[in-house]
Design a protein around this ligand. Sequence first.
Ligand SMILES: NC(=O)C1=CN([C@@H]2O[C@H](COP(=O)(O)OP(=O)(O)OC[C@H]3O[C@@H](n4cnc5c(N)ncnc54)[C@H](OP(=O)(O)O)[C@@H]3O)[C@@H](O)[C@H]2O)C=CC1
Ligand SMILES: CC(=O)N[C@@H](CCC(=O)OP(=O)(O)O)C(=O)O
Length: 375
Amino acid sequence: MLADRKYRVGVLGASGYTGADLVRLLIAHPNTEIALLTGERKAGMSLKSVFPHFVGYDIPDIISIDEVEWPAIELDVVFCALPHATSQDVIKGLLHSLNHSILDEMIVTTTADQANSLRSEVKVVDLSADFRLRDTETYAKWYGKAHDATDLQKKAVYGLTEIYRDDIKKADLVACPGCYPTAALLSLIPLLKAGLIKTEDILIDAKSGVSGAGRSLKEQNLFVEVSEAMHPYGIGSHRHMPEIEQELAVASKNDVTISFTPHLVPMNRGELETIYVKLEGNETPETLKAALLSAYENEPFVHILEGSIAPATRMVRGSNNCVINVFPDRIPGRAIIIAAIDNLVKGSSGQAIQNMNLMLGLEETTGLMQAPMFP
Ligand SMILES: NC(=O)C1=CN([C@@H]2O[C@H](COP(=O)(O)OP(=O)(O)OC[C@H]3O[C@@H](n4cnc5c(N)ncnc54)[C@H](OP(=O)(O)O)[C@@H]3O)[C@@H](O)[C@H]2O)C=CC1
Ligand SMILES: CC(=O)N[C@@H](CCC(=O)OP(=O)(O)O)C(=O)O
């Protein structure tokens, strides 16, 4: 890949929170040119009128997905920042319009030459939950509907970059993890892989800023409902549980059942997870920390904090970083792991761009090295 090449990028769902953060990061990315922005209710508006903070930047107007002339627009990458269930139909439709090579067995042409000449290699990075679960029945159970693109569901690569880097480099369709799973999995996978913690009794207490719920109008997200207050939701039933369990099972080579309770806290961005684990055999909080330090030694975005510094959302705001630390628990044989990310960056748009960089053969950190904003 040429270091100075500009890739043509489209953002579906640019009028939402993750879409807007994608635009913010893509503006500063040296190898991307924003060629398409879509919205639903905001179609026909300029992005600057939807998000006035983009004043001064040369960005295309928002159009409806139905208006996109797919092959002609010649995109190299499509980010899909749409609600789950919508995303699968849109991605299936666009890959068919493009006669994409991922659809190999579905392409109906008379000759192999014809098929090759029509094939597109556009890269698709989905931020929604639609392609994260590998099992069709698990998807139907937790998302309340049958999946409309099961062939693609099987071909998508789970986009937890630090764990699936080699697969992501070769992928055409990447399913970025949910924000809660990102922090939980980065904390737990190296420990389960090394057999340092038990697969039972993993308790995840999670907190998110309100932008995690998206920009569409919902009564429970009004200022009066969320300010000066904090509340749990999805207790025992949140759809991120099967996603976290799926990936922990891969790491431990055993079934894992977790307890996971998310809370909504009155801040715009940020996510903090306090994770209680049971140690295996003679393991200690110190051996857990040593394992995390070793696993993430060369990682640009995952940082294990020194001493007893407690991860906090203010340490990662606006950045693609995940900060983690391990603490002893007063209950013998247990440890406490705490992780913080920005849900709109490492939890969605930043990780999506990290994956795009790999898919295009660019340096993984390109456009993502902004330091966190503090205060
Ligand atoms: N917010 C977060 O922290 C995270 C979000 N995600 C996932 O990323 C995706 C986007 O989230 P987020 O940005 O928060 O959501 P928002 O609700 O803020 O934005 C959704 C976007 O999708 C568009 N849209 C909605 N319905 C349709 C439709 N039927 N057809 C076409 N476009 C449509 C909206 O357009 P318009 O507004 O113009 O109607 C808007 O641009 C979701 O799947 C979410 O679960 C993943 C990780 C973290
Ligand atoms: C605060 C809040 O509401 N957060 C969202 C999760 C955001 C996210 O990661 O959503 P996806 O899995 O849909 O991509 C929720 O709990 O549903």
